[in-house]
Design a protein around this ligand. Sequence first.
Ligand SMILES: Cc1ncc(COP(=O)(O)O)c(C=O)c1O
Length: 389
Amino acid sequence: MHTSTALSRIAPSQTGAMTDRAIALREAGRDVISLSVGEPDFATPAHVVAAAKAALDAGDTRYTAVGGTARLKQAAVLHFARDLGIATQASQVLITAGGKQAIFNALMATVSEGDEVIVPSPWWVSYPEIVRFAGGSVVPLITHAKDNFRFTAADLEAQIGPRTLWVLINSPGNPTGACYPAETLLAIGDVLRRHPRVMVMSDDIYAPIRYGGGAHATLANLCPDLADRILTVSGVSKSHAMTGFRIGVSTGPEWLIKGMEAVQSHSTSNPCSISQAAAVAALEGPQDFLLDWRERFRARRDMVVRAINAIPGLATPVPDGAFYCMVDAAPLMDRFEHDDGKLALHLLEHGVALVPASAFGGRDGFRISFAADDARLEEALRRIAKALA
Ligand SMILES: Cc1ncc(COP(=O)(O)O)c(C=O)c1O
């Protein structure tokens, strides 16, 4: 075995592991409802699929520019302005194989041994692993259910030290659904002005899936004077039900975009040409169906929150965005030797696949993804109630 030190610093994705286990049980004939995956169950819009087919028919099957086609960069510029209120230009945009590759490229392009990255927890599983893979240290910024899993500007400032390089902000957040209001982001902007070395990665991939009113709040829009140290990550995976297409779009200062592109040029090269054509249709085509999807997610969220909070020993705050609930099961953890992996396995035995909170840097609970159809969701909640009765 000759594995690298970089590999020794990371573990495979636990959300993926739970999904794989659920698939294996299903293949063995068991009825398992998976609430572990982070993807909308809606069909990819027909006009997007049509654009992919047209690209194939047109022979759009060759390498493109490493950082993406001019056409998709132009659509991304439109998307950042229209949906996130961020004025940018093609030279400050990178197209990647999913939002994940943008985050990977950015951390690989900037983090050196000993650099610290502040990651709010509970976190999206890949953040700390990519930081460690790049040689950095993760500084957790712990958030709590009582605060709807949001940190304050003062909480953040308390974690900033001389080696802090990045702060990650994910709003709406996976796995908590937390959204940061403009006033908190403005206060965070003030903190950043006091710490000129610190950069911010704003992961806005769930931006269209917000349940409160008003415009989406994001740092690059609210604090344009800080734009030269903000990378905003977005994409079509979650918003347009295009997880399999693998397209992410990000914008930031030119030096960073160039560095990210250099990493990409020696790993995957360009994102899939056909997927890029489909993403142009997604970003430039009609957006009104997103409102309908959001309302359907909202109804499911309300149903899940009601059902979970009615089960003795379980509690969850109301998520403001995305399609996840972080459920606290602390009062029940004696039964599971205070190991929420055992709790998740118990629920799997009862036919529901969920990811334990510890996979996200949390504890004593699990994440529900409510991107599943209503009937399956209702049945899963009945099974959870029964399993924990
Ligand atoms: C918070 C967050 N950021 C980024 C991503 C990456 O999305 P993509 O599928 O576009 O790589 C995900 C996907 O689960 C996510 O939850």
